[in-house]
Design a protein. Structure first.
Length: 292
């Protein structure tokens, strides 16, 4: 590509809110076969809300939620915000906690009045040898609805299953349809559980799902997609996404996301609307077509 055509292409993209930090990215985008998206905050709004809460026999709903929220108040995960907000809506007063710890990609734990409380994904509580079979039916139903099931244990006993759900961004379905029209495969990479990820992917017509990916596993998931489909672009917003943004053939960060993600990416989407992704692709194709 000539420097002039690249300049024209990146200029047109900038008008649509797509900043190419280097001209090479416009060329690299042209060769991409698969576009992988982070789920939370990229395909979805990233503002989950509590949708369901079922307590186990012998537990009081408000008391359990107060314990959960007390622990989550110390976490910065979007799920934590949802749970704290839910407790606040019920006007619950939150007990003091000590010994708070985050188990990355899994959940959180702390002590409330000296009693241990664990909150997180099923794989977290299972790693603590907890038997969640009493919640199995509910978990399957919640996941099939595209909700994320979470569990709370109090003093080592399964106390509740809860679910959070996050709205798909308004432009996401149209963005995916346009990428398909351009002949690309669309993939999703998420730390969320298989069932939930599948349900959301099916609803959106996403071709490939890499779920239950640990924060340091996104680069590995990209490699897997590259082996199967060819050159891969990755779109993400979070701190967790930075290594994958750097490792992808083209990394695109959401401009409203974290600074660390933006710094790692070659392309920045100034607005959260994913329709900018197929638009950028179309511009890259037009640019390279003109100079051949
Ligand atoms: P994602 O960005 O997809 O949410 P994470 O690696 O941050 O991926 O989290 C993966 C999973 O770990 C979440 O879907 C949730 O089940 C669990 N988890 C992480 N942090 C928390 C938390 N603060 N409270 C409850 N569950 C959590
Ligand atoms: Mg995210």
């Amino acid at each position: 590509a000539t420097p002039t055509s690249i300049m024209v292409g990146t200029g047109r993209a900038a008008e649509l809110g797509v900043l190419f930090r280097k001209g090479e990215a416009l060329q690299a985008l042209h060769g991409v076969k698969v576009i992988a998206f982070d789920k939370t905050g990229t395909l979805t709004e990233g503002k989950p809300q509590l949708t369901d809460l079922h307590v186990n026999e012998g537990f009081d709903e408000d008391a359990v939620l107060a314990h959960i929220a007390a622990v989550e108040r110390r976490s910065e995960h979007p799920i934590a915000e949802a749970l704290v907000a839910a407790a606040r809506e019920r006007n619950l007063s939150l007990p003091e906690v000590s010994d708070f710890d985050t188990v990355t990609g899994m959940g959180v734990r702390a002590k409330v009045d000296g009693v241990r409380v664990d909150v997180g994904a099923d794989r977290y509580l299972k790693s603590l040898n907890m038997d969640l079979s009493v919640f199995a039916g509910a978990a399957q139903r919640l996941a099939s609805e595209g909700k994320t099931p979470l569990y709370a244990a109090i003093d080592g006993k399964p106390a509740a299953i809860l679910a959070v759900a996050d709205k798909v961004k308004q432009g996401t379905p149209a963005a995916i349809a346009a990428l398909h029209d351009l002949g690309l495969k669309v993939a999703m990479i998420t730390g969320d559980n298989q069932g939930t990820a599948r349900a959301i992917a099916d609803e959106l017509g996403i071709d490939a799902v890499e779920a239950e990916v640990m924060p340091d596993g996104k680069v590995e998931a990209l490699k897997h997609l590259r082996q199967q489909h060819g050159a891969v672009a990755f779109v993400g917003d979070g701190i967790n996404d930075a290594p994958a943004l750097a490792a992808a053939d083209v990394g695109l960060a959401i401009g409203t996301g974290t600074d660390i993600a933006i710094e790692a990416a070659q392309v920045v989407l100034m607005r959260g609307d994913l329709r900018a992704v197929p638009q950028a692709l179309a511009i890259s194709r037009a640019t390279l077509r003109n100079i051949r």
